[in-house]
Design a protein around this ligand. Structure first.
Ligand code: AMP
Ligand code: GLY
Length: 429
């Protein structure tokens, strides 16, 4: 099968690596790809948001399956256009991708389907939002409704800061994403990511992970797209997974189908594990980055067959995907300045040495200059290793990080710390 992968990040490098191992693959294209992806695919200089060109390319090259990595093309309707032209695609329709594209849409769906989540109100008007703050305690959670590259959430501790955040959102501080605002009750607990594949009818759990969103060690500093992750997330016990499937994922898939917006693709639930049980923070309509890197490191099987079964609506007949029992852990190496403006052009050496030591180095924001890999974005590498415990995977990943020479880069030193502390406590008990 000829496969076209859409995207250019570490998530897509991990997908490309696994797609390239499928015996069914005859040719892999990536649009636009990156130097790491180029080891597995022919990279095509096409903008993922240029829907007509992507559709034309897929048709002309007899692409049998399009795998869409990032959310923006899905929210803008890429999957609909491909399906309309008879091209098989892994990824939800524009209507179904509203689960990520509009936070208010998802909160209303939760209300209709009785899905546990934080109490909320939607506002399209600044004065109403300011008055609406009265219904919430502090801290309070204020979100721009639309896509904001992970930056549209603020959690003010004071009323004055909450009012300033509302002023900023309605003042255009988050672009059109902030034309509508959701105010939410603040939930406390530990966060986890949960993934399920669905073709709109059948649902298959696809593993858990824990991301590290803050830029600094000890979960300090501003939020990022994710500085590292590990899978499985040990706090997502089989009991919690069963509740997440029954109380959150299944009612979502059933309600979307019943309302004429069947969801096909991967449903990524951001969860808060509260004292009352798991609650939904938000949905994403694609794999996480860097969560995908650790899921792919554990996945065993033919990725093309699985994703094609989802795309064709035949998930019920697909073999249950197997995931290695080992833990996978990934450390993101970012360019100085991230999550602000990253320093571009910094040289990177030692990727081969890191891989020789048994790790996988997935490339995200990289470019090739004079035959050398250089930094070309905020998150640059995702250094990924496996082990029999979180500690073992952490040691292996950091040993590989040490082998990489990236003077203008930085990374967190404590990826997996919550699980490592739990392992230590269990050893002492
Ligand atoms: P989101 O973009 O919706 O995932 O939000 C980004 C981050 O904000 C989440 O990973 C949480 O850490 C935090 N967050 C979002 N909503 C809530 C909430 N209702 N209560 C507590 N924290 C939240
Ligand atoms: N790592 C979080 C995300 O992909 O949204």
């Amino acid at each position: 099968m000829i496969v076209l992968l859409i995207g250019s990040g570490g998530r897509e490098h991990a997908l490309a690596w696994r797609l390239a191992q499928s015996p069914r693959l005859t040719k892999l294209y990536a649009a636009p790809g990156n130097p790491g992806i180029a080891a597995h695919a022919e990279c095509i200089d096409l903008d993922p948001l240029h829907v007509e060109l992507i559709v034309a390319f897929a048709r002309n090259e007899n692409v049998g399956l399009v795998v869409v990595g990032p959310e923006q093309p899905l929210v803008e309707g890429l999957a609909d256009q491909l399906r309309a032209d008879g091209v098989l695609v892994f990824g939800p329709s524009k209507a179904a991708a509203q689960l990520e594209g509009s936070k208010g849409f998802t909160k209303d769906l939760c209300a209709r389907a009785n899905i546990p989540t934080a109490a909320y109100e939607r506002f399209t008007d600044k004065a109403a939002a300011l008055a609406g703050l009265d219904q919430f305690g502090l801290p309070v959670v204020i979100k721009a409704d639309g896509l904001a590259a992970g930056k549209g959430v603020v959690i003010p501790e004071t009323r004055a800061d909450a009012e300033a955040a509302i002023e900023d959102m309605f003042g255009g501080g988050f672009g059109t994403a902030g034309a509508e605002v959701v105010i939410e009750e603040f939930m406390t607990g530990e966060e986890a990511s949960f993934f399920a594949l669905t073709d709109g009818k059948s649902i298959m759990p696809f593993g858990s992970a824990q991301d590290h969103k803050r830029v600094g060690d000890g979960d300090t500093g501003p939020n990022t797209g994710g500085m590292g992750a590990y899978s499985p997330a040990t706090i997502v016990t089989p009991e919690i997974e069963a509740r997440v499937m029954a109380e959150i994922i299944r009612p979502t898939v059933e309600t979307m189908a019943a309302e004429g917006m069947p969801y096909s693709g991967v449903l990524f639930a951001g969860l808060m594990l509260t004292a009352e049980g798991p609650k939904l923070i938000e949905y994403n309509c694609r794999f996480g980055d860097p969560e995908c890197q650790v899921l792919m490191a554990r996945f065993e099987g033919c990725l093309i067959s699985l994703l094609a079964d989802v795309a064709e609506g035949r998930l019920a007949e697909a073999p249950v995907p197997t995931m290695a029992a080992q833990t996978a852990l990934t450390v993101v190496m970012a360019a100085a300045g991230y999550p602000g403006t990253p320093q571009k052009g910094g040289t990177i050496d030692g990727i081969d040495a890191a891989e020789a030591a048994g790790a996988r180095v997935f490339q995200a924001g990289t470019a090739l200059r004079d035959g050398r890999i250089v930094a070309n974005g905020g998150r640059v590498l995702a250094v990924t290793a496996t082990g029999d415990s979180v500690r073992a995977a952490q040691q292996a990943a950091y040993a590989a990080v040490e082998a990489i020479h990236f003077p203008t880069g930085f990374y967190r030193h404590d990826i997996g710390w919550r699980a490592v502390e739990r392992e230590r406590a269990a050893d002492l008990a």
